[in-house]
Design a binder for this molecule. Structure first.
Ligand SMILES: Nc1nc2c(c(=O)[nH]1)N[C@H]1C(S)=C(S)[C@@H](COP(=O)(O)O)O[C@H]1N2
Ligand SMILES: [Mo]
Length: 215
């Protein structure tokens, strides 16, 4: 136990030195579960769809089977939660938005500037389109080589984190990735999501410590 704490503190110091722990964050080895409301349970994914709509040429509804056949991306990122824990070297797998575009499935209109993630039970999270198109945002089906657990967003979640060495990528806190994702709405105007309406910062840049709207 004490040895573990000692080890974690040493790790934390090393990662701070490498500039991988943003201000006000502490290293976590566990993967905490955080969300508002219940965890949806799925008996089957037969009726599951991912809808894409808004400022697009043609609205789209993908079944689980269709989504599962898309080319996949594997990504290792550091994730940073607004509640002050960070977890490094987390491994995700899923589909990137670039892939949906490259496959010709998603055709954005030039008016598309923001993305609203829509999840089960009406949860939403908003991000600028240019952030969602970055390499550090993924529509993830797997974490650490396994399908997502129900608590972490099975069968699909948005996830966003920091790729070490890629300071060119805007990195928001983890809440900007919606678990139990069911749709992406492309909009011309920004619209605050669930936590953003509750007082969290709209941009949520981890390096600027943009936690709450009053910051
Ligand atoms: N659908 C949904 N997704 C959500 C949330 C939520 O309340 N509902 N909370 C967000 C918040 S506040 C955080 S910190 C992360 C936590 O992800 P985790 O439980 O996998 O650690 O999920 C985000 N995604
Ligand atoms: Mo959170």
């Amino acid at each position: 136990m004490l040895e573990n704490i000692f080890h974690r503190k040493q790790e934390e110091k090393r990662l701070y030195g490498e500039g991988r722990i943003p201000p006000g964050q502490a290293l976590s080895e566990r993967f905490p579960v955080l969300h508002y409301g219940p965890v949806p349970r799925y008996n089957s994914l037969d009726t599951w769809t991912l809808r894409l709509w808004g400022e697009v040429e043609t609205p789209l509804s993908l079944t689980w089977e269709q989504f599962s056949q898309l080319p996949r991306t594997r990504l290792t990122m550091d994730i940073h939660c607004v509640t002050a824990w960070s977890k490094v070297d987390t491994i995700w797998e899923g589909v990137s938005l670039r892939t949906l575009i490259d496959q010709g499935l998603l055709k954005l209109l030039p008016t598309a500037r923001y993305v609203i993630e829509h999840a089960e039970y009406g949860f939403t999270a908003n991000l600028p389109l240019k952030v969602v198109l970055q390499e550090n945002f993924l529509l993830a089906t797997h974490y650490d080589g396994q399908p997502l657990s129900p608590e972490h967003g099975y069968p699909l979640r948005g996830v966003i984190g920091a790729i070490p060495g890629r300071s060119d990528l805007m990195t928001p806190y983890l809440w900007k990735g919606a678990k139990w994702l069911r749709g992406l709405e492309f909009t011309a105007e920004d619209r605050p999501g669930f936590w953003e309406q509750a007082g969290y910062h709209n941009e949520a840049d981890i390096w600027k410590e943009e936690r709450y709207a009053t910051d």
